[in-house]
Ligand binder design. Structure first.
Ligand code: PGA
Length: 258
């Protein structure tokens, strides 16, 4: 199974979001074998995009979620509210949330637990800044982010955890991390989830994100260590995103024919 997650960030109005979601549905027409596609529009467009996606193979995700209770949390969106508008996935701890909105490891861990206890599927983002990569301490940094976020997490029996490795310096830069470095990091993340958290392979997926485009998607997706992609900028351009989806379809079609 491969995942392609589109993170539209704070872009597009409702009508534009519907048009882009229509483009995604058109892009996968005629393909028998599909990756699991998840689109994450702005909160204002979730409900309308959900209506369009009903009965399609494309699922809906939120870019962020508030605490697990309702009440006096001005400006936050609760998990039951996200559930009500059809979200099944939630991005947690994206580096833009950590950097611009000061979400600490403790906040990320708390939100992750809330997403899991609401029965939604979390897409936990981890990744190191440039100075940490330059100092060669990226693996320790990412594993510390993971162990902090996953402490006390109790996945229910059929629940899955998606981890997106997104080196901060690669996001929106036009240059993804080198494939060999991504594979090394994914292997460390996988080992951590298996050995420290005792999660079996089918309980988690490790995605890569950071400057994925049509021209580089296939080289990542064809690797067994890469369970999918989290795509920002290129997911807003339907021609680019179509190429990414086609690369993913090619890989899952090849897997199915083995
Ligand atoms: P990008 O963003 O694809 O524009 O680099 C990825 C992300 O932030 O999830």
């Amino acid at each position: 199974m491969k995942y392609v997650v589109a993170n539209w960030k704070m872009n597009l109005g409702v009508r534009e979001s519907i048009a882009l979601a229509r483009g995604v549905l058109r892009a996968i027409q005629g393909h028998d074998q599909l990756p699991q596609i998840v689109v994450c529009p702005s909160a204002t467009a979730l409900s309308e995009v959900h209506k369009l996606l009903t009965r399609s193979h494309v699922l809906l995700g939120a870019q962020n979620a508030g605490p697990d209770k309702s009440g006096a949390f001005t400006g936050e969106i609760g998990l039951s509210q996200l559930d009500e508008v059809g979200c099944t996935f939630v991005i947690v701890g994206h580096s833009e949330r950590r950097v611009h909105f000061h979400e600490t490891d403790a906040v990320v861990a708390e939100r992750l637990r809330a997403v899991v206890s609401a029965g939604l599927t979390p897409i936990l983002c981890v990744g190191e800044p440039k100075d940490i990569r330059d100092s060669g301490k990226e693996t320790a940094y990412v594993l510390r982010q993971l162990s902090s976020a996953l402490a006390d997490l109790k996945l229910s029996r059929n629940q899955k955890l998606l981890v997106a490795y997104e080196p901060i310096w690669a996001i929106g830069s036009g240059t993804p991390a080198a494939l060999k470095d991504v594979l090394v990091m994914h292997e460390s993340i996988r080992k951590f989830l298996q050995e420290d958290l005792h999660l079996s392979d089918e309980r988690f997926a490790v995605l890569y994100g950071g400057s994925i485009e049509g021209k580089n998607a296939y080289q990542f997706l064809r690797e067994s260590e890469v369970d999918g992609l989290l795509v920002g900028g290129a997911s807003l351009k339907i021609n680019e995103f179509t190429k990414i989806l086609e690369a993913a379809c090619d890989v899952v079609e090849a897997q199915a024919s083995v």
